[in-house]
Design a protein around this ligand. Structure first.
Ligand code: DUC
Ligand code: ZN
Ligand code: ZN
Ligand code: ZN
Length: 460
């Protein structure tokens, strides 16, 4: 039997339209006014917006597994929280253990996720080493549906040289994939960190001083220089500063093709959070850190103007107690990361749509269409179109509610958004036409499937 969703407002690529939507065999079968209700299970969406399922381009579930710095959310709890908030697909970062193959990382991530996911999922692959062996694995990754990669220009154990970053852009482009980069100058971070500690600065208010805005913009500029030499489009993940944005704008003005991701935290909070009493500021230690109001304003301008392509959360949750507490006497020992996978759609709707900074269509583009295109899932996902997967979000545009740790699905003892009042809420979520969330509550788990992704589709 097909499902007929009636009376809702569909957020289509050309604008919101009041129409019905029929689902058959897990896909969108028909869109139009007054569709025939005979032989269909009816779902009333009166007063609701219907979005294509939201895609979170940036999560870290079950990271540091087996260590004291293991993340609070595993695949079960992380994807349950994701789908509760309207995210129907996450792209998580697989990371090879030291000296190990890409295939071993892919196997490990499948072991952790398969059968435990309440939303769909795919994996970006982290490149740490670069040798002919790793290079030779790329075709197998493509065949396995992994078409996006990440390199880091910071972090001990992850930081790669310019040569490795450059080689990886070239090799991945030959596979029709895309590489994203954590753009911070790792050597300067280490220098600043050492100087701060030598000066006795050991509390979390020192964290942003070890991650200055120019450390980001230098790395953005360097990353885009490597991409220019390689002659391939690249992605910049979690852009957080005006200066970093200016570096990207300059490259675009020269005709370079590049994609930009930012995160809800950089659009809603500032460095004030590093001056909270006690050890509270540890809850906001992540990298890059929170910035100034001027940076927040710059990023919103860029989001409004269509310069930002995707908004991912960088969800990387650690319990305040005991995990963040590991850095009680030394801020550099605080594991960096925050939760957020559950709250991104409501935050973007509240601060973006309701505040008049973006339209509903822009919200769908940022959270669904563009992630699906860049990461090789379009039009199977990312759009309300006949033939696409019926991953849908029925969103209540008038529901006022407050984010609290007490009432979240995320398996972590705090949220950085505690007390934030939201102006809209995910009500119902369907995954391949099956109801996973109803009335804001998860009603069926483990409906998530691995998404075998295709080539990146560049629209710039
Ligand atoms: N930043 C974080 O804060 N955590 C995980 C990885 C990253 O880049
Ligand atoms: Zn298992
Ligand atoms: Zn990063
Ligand atoms: Zn990350």
């Amino acid at each position: 039997m097909s499902i007929l969703i009636q009376n809702g407002t569909l957020v289509l690529p050309d604008g919101p339209v009041k129409a019905d939507l029929r689902i058959a065999d897990g896909r969108i079968a028909q869109i139009g006014p007054n569709l025939d209700p005979a032989d269909s299970q009816l779902l009333d969406a009166a007063g609701k917006l219907i979005f294509p399922g939201f895609i979170d381009t940036h999560t870290h579930f079950e990271m540091n597994k087996g260590t004291v710095k293991e993340t609070a959310d595993n695949w079960t709890t992380g994807t349950r929280a994701a789908v509760a908030g309207g995210t129907t697909c996450v792209l998580d970062f697989a990371e090879p253990a030291p000296g190990c193959s890409l295939q071993s990382a892919l196997d490990t991530w499948h072991d952790r996720a398969d059968g435990h996911a309440s939303c769909h999922y795919g994996f970006h692959m982290t490149i740490k080493d670069w040798d002919p062996r790793i290079r030779s694995e790329l075709p197998a990754m493509t065949a396995a549906g992994v078409t996006s990669y990440k390199v880091y220009l910071a972090y001990q154990g992850l930081q790669v040289s310019d040569a490795v970053a450059y080689e990886s852009i070239r090799a991945v482009a030959e596979e029709s994939g895309v590489v994203g980069c954590h753009c911070e100058n790792g050597d300067l971070i280490n220098e600043a960190m050492a100087a701060l500690k030598a000066a006795g600065r050991l509390t979390p208010d020192a964290h942003p001083l070890a991650h200055r805005d120019f450390m980001e913009s230098e790395a953005v500029n360097r990353w885009l220089t490597l991409a220019e030499m390689a002659g391939a489009p690249v992605n910049v993940v979690h852009l957080s500063t005006r200066r970093g944005l200016q570096a990207a704008r300059a490259a675009r003005a020269r005709g370079q093709k590049l994609y930009l991701e930012t995160c809800p935290q950089y659009l809603t909070m500032t460095e004030e959070k590093y001056h909270l009493p006690g050890f509270e500021s540890a809850k906001y230690v992540f990298s890059p850190p929170l910035r100034t109001q001027d940076d927040v304003d710059a990023l919103w301008e860029a989001v409004s103007a269509g310069e930002i392509d995707t908004i991912g959360t960088d969800h990387c949750s650690f319990h305040y107690n005991p995990t963040k507490m590991l850095g009680k006497d030394d801020f550099s020992a605080i594991p960096p990361g925050i939760p957020g996978v559950e709250h991104r759609p409501a935050i973007l709707y509240t601060y973006g749509v309701k505040e008049g900074r973006i339209s509903l269509v822009q919200m769908a583009r940022l959270l669904a269409e563009q992630p699906a295109k860049l990461f090789g899932m379009y039009p199977q996902k990312g759009v309300l179109q006949v033939g696409s997967d019926a991953d849908l979000v029925l969103f209540d545009p008038d529901c006022t509610w407050t984010i609290t740790a007490k009432e979240q699905y995320q398996n972590v003892d705090y949220t950085p958004y505690e007390g934030m009042v939201m102006a809209g809420k995910t009500d119902t979520v369907l995954l391949n036409g099956k109801i996973a969330v109803a009335g804001g509550k998860v009603v069926e788990e483990n409906l998530g499937r691995y998404v075998r992704r295709g080539p990146a589709q560049f629209w710039r």
